[in-house]
Design a protein around this ligand. Structure first.
Ligand SMILES: Nc1ncnc2c1ncn2[C@@H]1O[C@H](COP(=O)(O)OP(=O)(O)OP(=O)(O)O)[C@@H](O)[C@H]1O
Ligand SMILES: [Mg+2]
Length: 327
C-alpha cells in the first residue's frame, strides 16, 4: 500500500439549461416530460416525434417543434468530414488500460464516444479490466485519465469495491475518493438494465461521468430469451438498449465498455470456434471489439477485431495484485 496518496480529482461541471429553456415547453409540458423520463434537453433532442407525442400525449406537430428546438440548442446538425476530423481530434479522448502495449493496440487506450466490447471465456480478465478502467478514468489527463467518474452496471455480481481499493492504492490514489466517484448499479434483468440506462441521463450531468461499464451486457438477454423462437425479440430489445448507450456516450462525451461472453460455433472444425455472443447487432454497435484469451499463468492475450480504423493485432498483458500491467 502506498502512503503517498494523491487526490483523484474529478472535475464537477454543470450546464445550467433545463428543459424549460426549450422554446415551446411550458411548466405543464415540462412536468409531463420529466414524468416520462425526458428530463434533459439531450434526451429530447434524440427522441422521435412518435415517442414524445405518445408518451406525454401531445400532437405530433408540437412534439416535432419541441424536438427541433432542442436540437437547435445542442447544435446537432450536418457537418463536413474535415470538421468531423477536427472535432474528433479535439473531442475524442482515451483512457489508459494500465498496459502500454494494450493502449498501443487500441490507438491510445479506450476511446470516448464509442462502445468498446471485451469478450472472451471465463477468467480472461474482462471484469479485471473494467475495475482497472474505473480507477484510471479518474486520473488526470497527463496520467491517461479524463478526471471523470464512472457508472458501473453489474449484472453478474462480480464488482468488488475491495478490488478497486487495491488497484487505487497501488497507484498512490486516495481509495475512498476513488470509490466515491463510482456510481454503482446492479441490474437484475434485461428490462431493469434498460431502465437503468434510461435513468443515466440525470446521473451523467450531475456527476460528470467519463466511463460507463456494463459487465456483462448480454447475460440477462441470453437467459431471458432462450431458444431460436425468441431470438428476434431478444435482438430487438438488445438493439434498442445499445442505441440508448451509444446516444449517451456521444452526447455526454464518455466511453462505454461492455463485456460479452463467447459461444462455440458447432459448424467450425478448423481454427477457433469461439465467437462473441449477441450476434450481428452487438458487432455493429461496438466500434472496438477485443477478444481476450488466456496465456500461461497470469498472462492474457488481447486481440483487436473489427476496428474501423486500426489493423487487427494482438497485445499481451498480465493481471497482477496491482491491476492490469505490461509483462
Ligand atoms: N487481486 C488479484 N490479484 C491478482 N489476480 C487477480 C486478482 N483478482 C483477480 N485476479 C485474476 O483475474 C482473473 C479473473 O479475471 P476476471 O474476473 O476479469 O475474468 P472474466 O473474464 O470477467 O471472467 P467471467 O467470464 O467469469 O466473468 C483470475 O485469473 C484471477 O486470478
Ligand atoms: Mg467477469
Amino acid at each position: 500500500m502506498s502512503k503517498n496518496t494523491s487526490k483523484a480529482s474529478v472535475k464537477r461541471e454543470r450546464t445550467d439549461l433545463t428543459i424549460e429553456d426549450i422554446p415551446g415547453v411550458g411548466p405543464a409540458i415540462a412536468q409531463k416530460l420529466r414524468d416520462a423520463d425526458y428530463s434533459t434537453i439531450e434526451s429530447i433532442a434524440v427522441a422521435t416525434t412518435t415517442e414524445i407525442s405518445s408518451s406525454i400525449d401531445i400532437g405530433e406537430k408540437t412534439a416535432a417543434k419541441i424536438i427541433n428546438a432542442a436540437r437547435k440548442m445542442l447544435k446537432i446538425e450536418f457537418i463536413s468530414a474535415k470538421e468531423l476530423l477536427e472535432r474528433r481530434q479535439r473531442e475524442v479522448k482515451y483512457i489508459t488500460t494500465g498496459s502500454e502495449e494494450l493502449d498501443k493496440m487500441l490507438g491510445g487506450g479506450i476511446e470516448t464516444r464509442t462502445i468498446t466490447e471485451l469478450f472472451g471465456e471465463y477468467a480472461t480478465g474482462k471484469t479485471q479490466i473494467c475495475h482497472q478502467l474505473s480507477v484510471n478514468v479518474q486520473l488526470p489527463e497527463e496520467r491517461g485519465g479524463l478526471e471523470k467518474g464512472v457508472v458501473y452496471i453489474d449484472t453478474e455480481n462480480t464488482f468488488r469495491p475491495e478490488r478497486i481499493v487495491q488497484i487505487a492504492e497501488s497507484m498512490g490514489l486516495d481509495s475512498r475518493e476513488v470509490l466515491e466517484n463510482i456510481v454503482f448499479g446492479r441490474a437484475y434483468s434485461s428490462e431493469h438494465l434498460i431502465f437503468l440506462i434510461k435513468k443515466i441521463d440525470e446521473i451523467m450531468k450531475e456527476k460528470n461521468i467519463g466511463l460507463i461499464v456494463i459487465d456483462s451486457v448480454i447475460s440477462h438477454f441470453r437467459s431471458e430469451y432462450p431458444g431460436r423462437e425468441s431470438l428476434v425479440t431478444r435482438q430487438q430489445s438488445l438493439n434498442k438498449h445499445l442505441h440508448d448507450l451509444l446516444r449517451v456516450s456521444d452526447i455526454y462525451d464518455c466511453a462505454v465498455v461492455v463485456t460479452n461472453q463467447v459461444i462455440a460455433r458447432p459448424d467450425v472444425f478448423y481454427g477457433n470456434p469461439m465467437i462473441p455472443a449477441g450476434g450481428h447487432i452487438l458487432g455493429h454497435m461496438c466500434t472496438a471489439r477485443i477478444y481476450l484469451r488466456k496465456g500461461r499463468e497470469n498472462v492474457r492475450i488481447a486481440r483487436l477485431v473489427d476496428s474501423p480504423h486500426l489493423p487487427e493485432q494482438e497485445a499481451h498483458f498480465k493481471i497482477t495484485e496491482e491491476g492490469i500491467r505490461d509483462l
